[in-house]
Design a binder for this molecule. Sequence first.
Ligand SMILES: *Cc1c(COP(=O)(O)O)cnc(C)c1O
Length: 337
Amino acid sequence: MSAISLLSQKLDQFPRVHAAHTPTPIDYLDNLSADLGIRLSVKRDDCTGVAFGGNKVRQLEFYLGEALAMKADTLLITGAVQSNFVRTAAAMAARYNLRCHVQLEERVNSSSEHYRRGGNVLLDKLLGATVHSYAVGEDENGADESLDNIAKQLRDEGANPYVIHLGLQHPPTGALGYVAAAIEFASQIDDIEPVHEIIIGSGSALTHIGLLYGLRAIGITIPVTGVCVRRPYAPQLQRVTQRLQELSQMLDLEVPASEIQLTDVALAPGYGVMSDHTRAVIEQTARREGLIVDPTYTGKVMAAVFLESPRLQGKHVLMWHTGGQPAIFAYQDALGY
Ligand SMILES: *Cc1c(COP(=O)(O)O)cnc(C)c1O
């Protein structure tokens, strides 16, 4: 059996819904390629189709699969105030007839009215989610506990909640969506020039490890560079390593930690806050390509492409666009328009 069929068969063991518009296209960016002296393509996972799309649609296919398999009637999730995961979960809950409770954590110190009420927050409410808030931003286990308390209360009231946790003591289920994305990408590479490097955001690390794992499992050796968007190199490497190991156990085939590549060149000043350079990159990407990247994730990934371009001269680089576009409306003040 081919490696692809074998991996597909393993994925089929996990319950899943099919919601993403796939395969997402791969676009070549002529103008930024000329600006940077590289050949730059973009994998358009901003176009996955559910409520403005993004990478979380692929991840949620597996969480919703599990929730429906256990006959849950309520979905719970926690994330930053402008979380794309939370917004997409609220949309998927609506579509699959679950109620949704979202917990928004104070990870970014912003008093901007646009940040607090616009962008993804507006969409969470429009999609009918019940919004809770959590005052601490850097406490994953605390946020999970608080979410579990809400779930307990709902259970006491007769609901059957399904909780999507943040913390490392829970399995990396969402990564399965990016194992599937690796198989999808394999079906597209014959139609494009050989790719020398893939550059992708690394936050919870589930997107990064899912893609890396899936590619290696089917024998594709293209380097995958994760761009730190949430925490600096050392703690992120630790997280990516642990998650990759867990995924290896889940799918019963090991991809070694030596495959991990990571950079934090574009992280500063920190999660959800943009540097002047990232702001300039967001503007150049919009004005040269008509392509929108966001301040928290994909703007930093594109900033990393810019910063790494001296090393990548003449190479074909694939920037994996993971979405996040609604957040642009929350950063109106920071963007200065
Ligand atoms: C969540 C998110 C990421 C990071 O994905 P992880 O799986 O958490 O590492 C990247 N880009 C966007 C737009 C996101 O919303």
